[in-house]
Design a protein around this ligand. Structure first.
Ligand code: BMA
Length: 877
């Protein structure tokens, strides 16, 4: 579980023969136990013995590693593990320090992530108390270290036990999030929003409740002589294709008055030196801000995916003082301008990201934490998911506020892949005691830490105050309830909100964010009267799936300025479900399945069933339920996302809820916790493709829109075939079309009657395609009836699976239409280059299959499922 300290935002480079800041991680040799005397000791004596601990880590994963607890993700053990969050834990680390380190006059312990209420001592003396999991904690330890057997001791207090008395004593409570179903915390006095700890640890509607504790990011000992660099900021003061004006701002910490020779080397994206800046500076004791400016000609700018290269420049700083000490630091950053364009018009006010002067239609999804225990998330996992986002033609991800600020590697990968990041501050919902100045000061310190840690990532294009707090207050009855109970307190709560999200965080982003815009809440119009307004600002639309659970067709009636959340649930793929529930435990209402369905406290499967039945009918068994949930999710989200794209430029973004999973369970994600793609992710790659056909049917009419994210005009031809399920073409049309750059073009509407002319609506399909020359760029199928009413022919697919290079090739063909084909290989893991697809009659499709399994095994396990297999044929009369 080691993370290289190289992964830190500020890379302090060792230069031979130079004195420098020496950084050493303290991650080996930790031990932990239940704090002696803890109330849980009686019931859990097995936890009282000293055991080895992992740092970074968490108490749950430490207990799991020793077999003290069962796997929190397998079966339904959640209720039986709640005691861990009610206990206090003790962690101890003994370490030696070499002579050279001891000889350096300055020493600091750096804790990059402490979860959360911790009391620390060093060699028996109090060191530090912490109360914010999102901050980096630094504490001086000069002259407090010895050569042998230093002891760092940390007691983690249960946040529930520590805070409950004061929350319970409040005459009127403020809104929290998801109450505990386990009785470990009363429903009317939740502590989660009173402590700066990831909100989802207390349970969410897609994840378990594991109120963990521990050192979740590395601990380091830093020592230095007379000089260190504590920050290096690269500010772009102006930028266009000809020139980049840059200010390089170093923060230098000097042990005393001094002079310093400073040098900055600038390397272009190919590693060629394109600048060398030098200056001398007079240093005072303590922190010094030293600025160097320069202009780069013809800069290579950083662009989001699909718009240009992801160019990054390297800035290398070295500082040498008159005493002969020297330090170095470096930054890798991209040069790009960001504007959040808020044009007013007759309807309201737009919301569009403009990067390097180009308005970008944002295509993507919301990201939630990758695990209940963040320390075990490895960069490879993040890369896999972000690469999948890029592969699905996404260009923006929203990092949602109920988790934690991601590791450096997340943003590095986003920079590299050209994924824009909308970054929430970590507030997931409800309200918090922002009326307390100390609480706000704590958040401001957290914001400053994270802005400095992350601000040089060109991918980050928005800092957003919180998730859904303003709309919850204004629209979900939070304000009303509190104002009825105690109007003075209600006003205090709201004034606290405005102080924190309207002023404090806006100011910090302005001071530290290097020009990236701030937005006070998602959804909002930045503290306008109305928070979730389709005509202004960003929008979360949950009338489909949430209340009042309208059918998916309602997506076509909702046209916001920027859709930052909308979603439909689906179960993970079968292999992922098999890893936490045996087949015997898999039924819609079975306990283990309910335990992995968090929406409406386990009753979410009823909602899911309702959506499946609306369109597809009743699944015969759990395997069909999985399959149909994915089909429903994919087709519903596709309908909405294409509608958003077709509504450009009124609408300028479509981010569905949600990309990834925190654990294996039912959720709105398109990639499950094992990294497997659900049907939605395959669909996303098509509906987010740079050029798309958006054809949608309502009230007996199909609207045809063509969408292009290209920066040049596209001369093409749209083609329409209406055919029966045997491939007989009943009608066809085509016409030349020129799509302007960055546009949506409404072509025309087709009445069902015009297309069908008496043909059977339940046995016909309209195939819309866009061609450029003889290349098909996009296709969209539209049916004239709900899926459950279609007379789908029983699937008879010819398959041929052969070796192909170091993988396999799968050829598929069917004489008749196959809808929603899902390909899998049973117990064998195999990645298929496309899936969740329709086969047109007679058309042959060749896919790449990548797997470690042998050909014979894959052939034997190849399993094809399509809608016709799971839907009973409609009753004939
Ligand atoms: C939105 C999000 C999350 C939640 C999701 C699904 O409101 O902001 O809080 O998980 O809906 O219900």
């Amino acid at each position: 579980m080691k993370r290289l300290c190289l992964a830190l935002c500020l890379l302090l480079v060792a230069m031979p023969g130079w004195a420098q800041v020496v950084s050493r991680t303290l991650d080996d040799g930790w031990r932990f136990r239940l704090l002696p005397g803890d109330a849980q000791a009686k019931a859990h004596p097995e936890a009282t013995a000293w055991r080895k601990a992992s740092v970074p880590g968490s108490v749950h994963t430490d207990l799991l590693a020793h077999g003290v607890i069962v796997d929190p993700y397998v079966g339904a053990p959640e209720a039986s593990l709640q005691w861990i969050g009610l206990a206090d834990w003790e962690y101890v680390h003994r370490f030696d320090v070499d002579e050279a380190t001891l000889a350096r006059p300055n020493a600091e312990l750096v804790f990059e992530g402490v979860d959360t209420l911790a009391e620390m001592s060093l060699n028996g003396k109090p060191l530090l108390s912490t109360d914010n999991s999102h901050r980096t904690w630094r504490v001086r330890v000069d002259k407090r270290l010895k050569a042998r057997k230093n002891e760092l001791r940390i007691i983690f207090r249960s946040p529930i036990r520590a805070l409950l008395p004061q929350v319970q004593a409040m005459p009127h409570k403020i809104a929290g999030n998801y109450p505990s179903p386990y009785g470990d915390e009363p429903k009317d006095a939740m502590v989660g929003n009173f402590v700066r700890k990831p909100g989802y640890h207390f349970g969410w509607d897609w994840g378990p409740r594991y109120v963990t504790a521990g050192l979740w990011r590395p601990v380091r000992l830093e020592t230095w002589k007379s000089l260190r660099v504590t920050d290096l900021a690269i500010a772009t003061t102006s930028l266009d294709q000809d020139e980049a004006d840059l200010a390089i701002i170093a923060t230098v910490d000097s042990a005393g008055p001094d002079t310093a020779a400073m040098e900055v080397e600038i390397l272009d994206p190919d590693g060629q030196r394109v600048g060398l800046l030098q200056r001398s500076a007079l240093l005072v004791q303590g922190e010094n801000r030293v600025e160097l400016t320069t202009t780069l000609r013809s800069p290579r700018r950083w662009w989001p995916a699909g718009y240009g290269e992801q160019a990054r420049y390297r800035f290398r700083l070295s500082v040498r003082n008159a005493r002969g000490d020297s330090v170095a630091a470096e930054r890798l950053t991209g040069l790009r301008s960001v504007e959040l364009r808020r044009d007013r018009d007759a309807d309201g006010q737009g919301f569009a990201f403009v990067i390097n002067g180009v308005p970008i239609f944002a295509k993507g999804a919301n990201v939630i934490p990758f695990d209940a225990f963040p320390a075990r998330v490895q960069p490879a996992r993040i890369r896999e998911v972000l690469q999948a986002a890029r592969d699905a033609n996404m260009n923006m991800l929203r990092n949602w506020g109920g988790g934690y600020y991601e590791d450096e590697s997340f943003y590095d990968i986003a920079d590299e892949l050209g994924l824009l990041v909308w970054q929430d501050f970590m507030f997931g919902g409800g309200m918090q005691p922002a009326y307390e100045p100390l609480f706000r000061a704590n958040v401001v310190a957290e914001a400053r830490d994270n802005l400095r840690r992350l601000r040089h990532h060109p991918s980050i294009v928005l800092w957003c105050g919180n998730n859904e707090e303003e709309t919850a207050w204004k629209d979900w009855g939070h304000r009303k309830q509190l104002a009825e109970a105690d109007p003075v307190f209600a006003d205090r709560v709201w004034q606290g909100y405005v102080a924190l999200f309207g002023r404090d965080l806006r100011r910090v982003v302005h001071e530290e964010g290097l020009g990236v815009p701030y937005w006070s809440s998602s959804p909002s119009n930045d503290l306008d009267e109305k928070a979730n307004d389709s005509r202004k600002g960003d929008k979360h639309y949950w009338e489909v799936w949430g209340a009042p659970a309208k059918p998916v067709q309602a997506y076509l009636e909702e046209t916001p300025r920027f859709m930052s959340e909308f979603g439909l649930q689906a179960w993970p793929v079968q292999r992922t479900v098999d890893a936490f529930a045996s087949r015997a435990e898999q039924a819609i209402d079975a306990p283990v399945i309910r335990a992995h369905q968090k929406f409406m406290a386990g009753a979410g499967n009823e909602r899911l069933l309702q959506y499946i039945q609306n369109e597809y009918g009743t699944p015969r068994n759990f395997a069909d339920f999985i399959y149909l949930s994915q089909v429903m999710q994919a087709e519903g989200i596709e309908l909405a996302a294409l509608h958003h794209r077709a509504s450009r430029p009124y609408t300028m973004g479509s981010l569905y809820w949600q990309l990834n999973d925190v654990w294996p369970g039912a959720s709105w994600s398109s990639i499950d916790h094992a990294g497997r793609w659900k049907a939605l992710h395959f669909h996303a790659r098509r509906f987010f493709a740079p050029v798309a056909v958006a054809a949608s049917r309502r009230e007996g009419e199909i609207q045809l829109d063509l969408v292009s994210d290209r920066q040049q005009p596209l001369k093409g031809e749209w083609r329409l075939r209406v055919m029966d399920f045997n491939g007989k073409v009943l009608r066809q049309r085509k016409a030349a079309v020129t799509l302007p750059p960055l546009s949506a073009t409404h072509v025309r509407a087709f009445k069902d009657s015009e297309l069908l002319r008496g043909a059977d609506a339940a046995a016909s399909v309209a195939v819309f395609e866009l061609y450029e020359g003889e290349t098909m760029l996009a296709r969209q199928l539209v049916y004239f009836e709900a899926a459950k009413a279609l007379k789908l022919p029983a699937a008879a697919i010819q398959t041929a699976l052969e070796r192909d290079g170091d993988g396999y090739q799968l050829r598929l063909q069917s004489a008749q239409l196959v809808r929603d084909l899902w390909i899998d290989f049973g117990e064998h893991d195999a990645a298929v280059s496309d899936n969740a697809l329709d086969l047109l009659p007679g058309e042959s499709v060749t896919l790449k299959v990548t797997s470690k399994a042998h050909l014979a095994a894959l052939r034997a396990s190849l399993h094809l499922q399509s809608l016709a297999d799971v839907l009973p044929p409609p009753a004939t009369n």
